[in-house]
Design a protein around this ligand. Structure first.
Ligand code: AMP
Length: 283
């Protein structure tokens, strides 16, 4: 495994692999790797000859009051984990490599797909993600890129980006990796106290409860969702959103229709930690 920190270096490594006829699967991460990230790398290995992982905490996707400074950083452990997973190249740029130091005259603007869910709660978040992933795609030019269903709105927006900007890259979503008690794995789970960690799986349980009710025929789940939010508040969570969204538009849906795809998604705060989770509903 080779670690590259400059664009020239990663490009020349990748072009050498491509000259040998190898296909490339790319897994972008912000490090603090856990089993969820590793499951993406394993899927990447199934989809292409060589796996390239990036580890970069992208400042452009953090708001001014968010956890950019505190975000867990553990590069050596992450490199060891990548090596164990048989990753070929790890790209570890710094901010100067990614964004340079000169004036900027372009900015990304999104239309409607980021109005709700995490885009609604985190202004600038998806603009930052689209910017950095677009740059990574231009630098690495992979055949395939793997993202987690955990960040389903990210996946849908990036799929649209690939379509509208004609990136010749296949995007694949990997299932959500969970702890034994159902909590979706996340680098941010490291912020949870022991007490918070014990109640954290309640978010997924609330989603599962609503999923069962919908599958049993509740097609207007607003009251159900409100009730689950009240229960989460009573347990000590602060709600951001809990709702059903259209898979296509990423907008909330009041009345569900058979034959459509939806995302049942929630975001909550537990102390200072923001947790997100979702279940896909193909009705
Ligand atoms: P991050 O390092 O949090 O930016 O995540 C990097 C990639 O890993 C993204 O595509 C995430 O959706 C994915 N990911 C994060 N957590 C999980 C999880 N629990 N299961 C599957 N994929 C995940």
């Amino acid at each position: 495994m080779k670690q590259c920190s400059s664009i020239d270096d990663i490009r020349s490594e990748i072009s050498a692999l491509k000259k040998q006829g190898k296909t490339i699967a790319f897994v972008p991460t912000m490090g603090a790797l856990h089993e969820g990230h590793l499951s993406l790398m394993r899927l990447a290995k199934e989809k292409a000859d060589e796996v390239v992982v990036s580890i970069y905490v992208n400042p452009e996707q953090f708001g001014p009051n968010e956890d950019f400074e505190d975000y867990p950083r553990q590069l050596q452990d992450d490199l060891d984990a990548c090596e164990q997973e048989g990753v070929s190249l790890v790209f570890t740029p710094n901010d100067k490599v990614m964004y340079g130091s000169g004036e900027k005259y372009f900015r990304i603007e999104l239309d409607t797909l980021n109005e709700h869910m995490d885009g609604g709660s985190r202004p600038g978040f998806f603009e930052g993600i689209v910017l950095v992933v677009n740059k990574f795609f231009n630098i690495i030019e992979p055949d395939v890129a793997i993202f987690g269903q955990k960040d389903i709105q990210q996946f849908q927006i990036l799929k649209q980006m690939v379509y509208e900007f004609n990136h010749n890259i296949e995007l694949i979503a990997a299932p959500i990796a969970r702890a034994n008690d159902g909590l979706a794995l996340s680098s941010r789970n490291a912020y949870l106290s022991d007490e918070e960690r014990k109640i954290a799986p309640s978010l997924y349980r609330a989603l599962q409860y609503v999923e069962r009710q919908i599958k049993d025929g509740v097609m207007e789940p607003k009251l159900l969702l409100n009730h689950q939010q009240d229960e989460l508040e009573a347990k000590g969570f602060k709600n951001d959103y809990l709702n059903v969204f259209s898979m296509k538009t990423m907008h909330p849906v009041k009345k569900l229709q058979p034959g459509n795809s939806y995302i049942l998604a929630g975001a909550v705060y537990l102390g200072k930690t923001r947790l997100i989770d979702n279940i896909i509903l193909d009705l």
